[in-house]
Design a binder for this molecule. Structure first.
Ligand code: NAD
Length: 469
């Protein structure tokens, strides 16, 4: 008898395709289609043909389809979670694979019920002007490998709700999870409204330069985002760019650290640190510095790491050897520069090739690459400060502005600092929490455009003003 997980894999795994390893064990879990630029062209042509009928449905009918899609995902939730756990590496539990699949359902349901109301801007004796949003046509969705299913749904749910067709290009590191998700969602959608082309960077590059897209939604690195801006210039394709981050957190003096330790730890170590809006550098006042270091080191050392399918594990491997090399290099460099590795600071080969122990780097300073570069792994450098003004300046000094956080038991003081931070989202006493009705997006090198909520719907629509009288 085949298990349901094997059934979904059977549906997306292609004989002769590209072998995709389990991130934790290296075992081959399936074979991804080798999509080409010709496959992309064909998918775009089919999407353009299917889109008008989809757009002609009422918003309520499209919403009903998204609710049905969420139900279809719920029915296959365990096998989708197991697949993303193996392919991406994140554990089933904690803020892991089950949370990712649950978020897919949540975002589908939320977008199903959202609408962009037509706005009357002027209504006087001479003018009646209203602003409304129409579909852009075909949306291209290019995704990363860290939260492959969840980020795919962030891109496709609003696009579909607005009456667009979508062509998805998953990361070459995590294609099977996305193909399985789309396969499940397509159980309830009309043909060709949602398609996947599983290919490498060349397919992403071709999407960026393609005349057939009204909009590209991109989540990935800043460097790739810049390439997409350049490649899309000829067609002036609309873009939403959710790019890399290097989120700072500032603990204000006198904060009860014990109360916040769980939120601080998971703000940094969610998905073993491979999260765009994770806490990646923590600034702590000198009066509490050593306490913060010890509390977080104890938490890091005590959090179980291992293969994601083992229920008790809460931290997993790095997704790929490239990312493992980045993390190793940054921690080794910090050690050489005199930083103190309080816990971790080395691979965990007994767990598997891509595992790196949860690491707290004390006596880190601005200018060290482990602070200044997006380390995207299970590492938190902690920087000492004496004056809050210096901490604010430190937080703002890099060309990244996705998220930031302020930690304090004084709500007014925290808000005052939050207002001065250059980031698309500032959290107070937590880091990285998102909600399908609350817009999310970066500033500076972290990109532009908003996802989620009504703003997210607008971003996959074309504004039109109708003026009469
Ligand atoms: P990446 O930029 O290497 O790849 C992302 C996607 O872009 C992949 O599908 C890839 O095939 C495609 N691609 C590569 N070259 C391309 C090109 N020239 N044109 C078009 N597409 C191309 O990013 P990654 O390593 O997969 O993801 C990690 C990065 O993503 C980190 O920097 C992380 O911070 C960022 N990220 C940001 C968010 C956010 O919401 N802001 C969320 C998750 C990840």
């Amino acid at each position: 008898m085949t298990t349901s997980a094997e059934t979904l894999l059977d549906r997306v795994s292609v004989p002769g395709g590209r072998p995709i390893p389990d991130a934790a064990t290296g075992e081959i879990i399936g074979y991804a289609a080798r999509g080409t630029v010709a496959d992309l062209d064909a998918a775009v042509a089919r999407a353009r043909a299917a889109q008008p009928a989809w757009a002609a449905l009422s918003a309520g009918e499209r919403g009903a389809a998204l609710h049905a899609a969420a139900a279809a995902v719920e029915a296959r939730a365990e096998e989708l979670a197991a697949l993303v756990s193996r392919e991406q590496g994140k554990p089933l539990n904690g803020p892991g694979a089950r949370l990712e699949v649950g978020a897919c359902q949540g975002w589908l349901h939320a977008n199903a019920d959202l609408d962009v109301p037509t706005e009357v801007l002027v209504d006087d004796a001479d003018n009646h002007s209203e602003l409304l949003y129409k579909p852009v046509g075909v949306v291209g969705a290019i995704g990363p490998w860290n939260w492959p299913q969840m980020i795919c749904v962030w891109q496709i749910a609003p696009a579909l709700k607005m009456g667009n067709a979508v062509v998805v290009k998953p990361s070459e590191y995590t294609p099977l999870s996305v193909q399985a998700l789309v396969c499940v969602i397509n159980e309830v959608l009309p043909a060709d409204v949602l398609q996947v082309v599983s290919g490498g960077r060349e397919v992403g590059a071709a999407m960026s330069a393609h005349a057939g897209f009204g909009k590209l939604m991109f989540t990935g690195s800043t460097r790739t985002g810049q390439a997409i801006v350049r490649a899309s210039a000829d067609h002036l394709t609309r873009l939403t760019l959710e790019l890399g981050g290097n989120d700072a957190g500032i603990v204000l003096p006198g904060t009860d650290l014990g109360k916040h330790v769980d939120n601080l730890f998971w703000g940094a170590f969610i998905n073993t640190g491979q999260t765009c809006a994770a806490l990646k550098r923590l600034y702590v006042h000198e009066s509490q510095y050593e306490d913060a270091v010890q509390i977080l080191a104890a938490k890091a050392a005590g959090t179980p790491m291992g293969v994601g399918l083992v229920e008790e594990n809460l931290l997993g491997p790095l997704q790929n050897p490239m990312q493992f090399a980045v993390v190793s290099r940054l921690v080794d460099d910090a050690r050489e520069r005199g930083a103190r590795i309080v816990t971790g600071g080395e691979p965990a080969p007994e767990l598997g090739a891509n595992f790196y122990r949860a690491t707290i780097v004390a006596d880190a300073t601005d200018g060290m690459p482990v602070v200044d570069e997006e380390q995207f792994g299970p590492v938190l450098p902690i920087v000492r400060y004496a004056d809050v003004e210096d901490a604010i300046a430190s937080a703002n000094r890099l060309d990244a502005g996705l998220g930031a956080s302020v930690w304090s038991d004084d709500a007014a003081a925290a808000r005052e600092v939050a207002l001065r931070l250059e980031a698309g989202t500032v959290w107070i006493n937590k880091h990285g929490g998102i909600h399908p009705s609350v817009p999310f997006g970066g500033v500076k090198g972290s990109g532009y455009g908003l996802e989620f909520g009504v703003e997210g719907l607008k971003s996959v629509g074309v504004p039109q003003v109708i003026t009469s009288r």
